[in-house]
Design a protein around this ligand. Structure first.
Ligand SMILES: [Zn+2]
Length: 433
């Protein structure tokens, strides 16, 4: 007798008519036709069952603060940082916790069960750190939250920045952050990368830096990050977030840089919604897209993950906690339209993100955590195309979110009575070429 049985599932790798049995929080069996009973059953009826979505880059301390204390008029990254600076002294632990918990409710309803969030350490009160530590504990039964100590105003640039970041780590933050392109000079930026990698090595922690979030092709902190990663033996534990300057870099230089990133085992985390919104702001027409070079990084063997970054905060007024929307934007901005490309994008919001965060027991295999999402779509491509409706979200074998299929009644003479947008996939399906 299993706790939960999912019947007739399509898996992201193309397997069809698979049953998944979960017991004691783990996947106990995964094969065609399991002859057994369970306390609860879901018939997936040939729809896609995916491991949960993972957001490797978010700002949970800023989310849902849109309009406080005012709107970002220019829409730029720099006004966003200034606006956040205005709001920061007004932040209270209670309000931060309440907004973050509310966002996590939305995330769970979207099948998003792991988030790495950057926590601003620039305010010496560290109220953001206290609040996010509380949230990490409160959501732990249903959502894995990883916290990055993020010196938003600069590790060296802001007074007390070094001390505050170290105190945040002492309080229990999981990952060392950074923002080298925001330090006063290129040299200070490079020095901050060196100092923060040293700190991570000393404390045995991973690193995830906002790195080169600029259109300046000479912003090359990712090169330093790769070199320091190897120097301190941090391979596989370091992520470079954004890397937007790479969009504008000289092609010859990039031909040297990407293999260096691969050699250092750095995870590349792009944030397509925010990058397309914030980059290229100083351009007249033509305007650069600003997204880093996703297909080239992937082809070089770099683990590429995609993050949501912001939802309704000083930097971004849109967003819905939907990682399929993030992937959908990446397909367009990076022009990754082939069948194979779209599968790679689906991996970037699931398995690659889980790998970047080092989540254990992730995936749909026997012995993995009993975590999954049932989508109103037949395969990953259809899921991305539709930003498919989530029919059920399962955490450790327990259904924690559920909704009815989305269909529309049609009142047209001689036409069908209902429309199910998930029934329109082409006959060629999504077989990988
Ligand atoms: Zn960010």
């Amino acid at each position: 007798m299993f706790d939960l049985l999912i019947r007739n599932a399509n898996l992201p790798d193309g397997r069809e008519e698979i049953d998944i049995a979960i017991t004691a929080g783990k996947i106990a069996a995964l094969q065609p036709r399991i002859d057994a009973e369970a306390r609860e059953e879901i018939d997936a009826t040939g729809r896609l069952v995916s491991p949960p979505f993972v957001d490797p880059h978010f700002h949970l301390d800023a989310t849902l603060s849109l309009g406080l204390p005012r709107m970002n008029r220019s829409g730029t990254l720099l006004e966003g940082i200034a606006l956040w600076g205005e709001l920061r002294p007004m932040l209270t632990r209670e309000a931060l916790v309440e907004r973050a918990l509310r966002y996590c409710d939305l995330a769970v309803s979207q099948g998003l069960l792991a988030i790495r969030t950057h926590v601003d350490t620039s305010d010496p009160r560290l109220v953001t750190v206290e609040a996010m530590l509380e949230v990490r504990e409160r959501v732990a039964p249903y959502l894995d939250l990883q916290l990055v100590a993020f010196p938003q105003d600069g590790y060296f640039r802001s007074r007390g920045g070094e001390d505050a970041l170290k105190r945040a780590l002492d309080m229990g933050i999981d990952v060392v952050g950074g923002i080298p392109h925001f330090e006063r000079t290129m040299q200070d930026g490079a020095a901050s990368v060196e100092a923060l990698c040293r700190l991570a090595a000393e404390r045995g922690l991973p690193v995830d830096m906002h790195c080169d979030e600029t259109d300046d092709p000479l912003s090359r902190h990712i090169e330093t990050l790769a070199a320091q990663t190897m120097r301190f033996g941090l391979q596989g534990r370091v992520a470079g977030s954004h890397l937007t300057s790479m969009h504008s870099m000289d092609n010859y230089y990039v031909s040297k840089l990407i293999p260096l990133i691969a050699e250092a085992g750095i995870h590349a985390i792009a944030n397509p919604l925010i990058n397309i919104m914030l980059q290229g702001r100083h351009d007249a027409y033509p305007k650069r897209r600003g997204l880093t070079r996703l297909p080239e990084l992937m082809s070089a063997g770099v683990n590429v993950a995609l993050g949501h970054d912001c939802v309704m905060d000083p930097w971004y007024s849109m967003g819905s906690g939907d990682m399929l929307e993030v992937g959908h934007m990446a397909i367009h901005v990076a022009q990754m339209a082939s069948i194979d490309d779209k599968h790679r994008i689906f991996e970037a919001i699931t398995v690659n993100s889980a790998r970047a965060l080092g989540i254990e027991g992730y995936g749909l295999e026997k012995g993995c955590n009993g975590d999954l999402v049932v989508l109103q779509a037949r395969d990953p491509i259809e899921a991305l195309r539709l930003k498919a409706h989530r029919l059920a979200v399962v955490r450790r074998g327990r259904i924690i979110a559920r909704s009815a299929p989305r269909t529309t009644q049609l009142m047209l003479d001689g036409r069908p009575g209902t429309v199910d947008a998930a029934a329109y996939a082409p006959a060629i399906g999504s077989e990988r070429l």
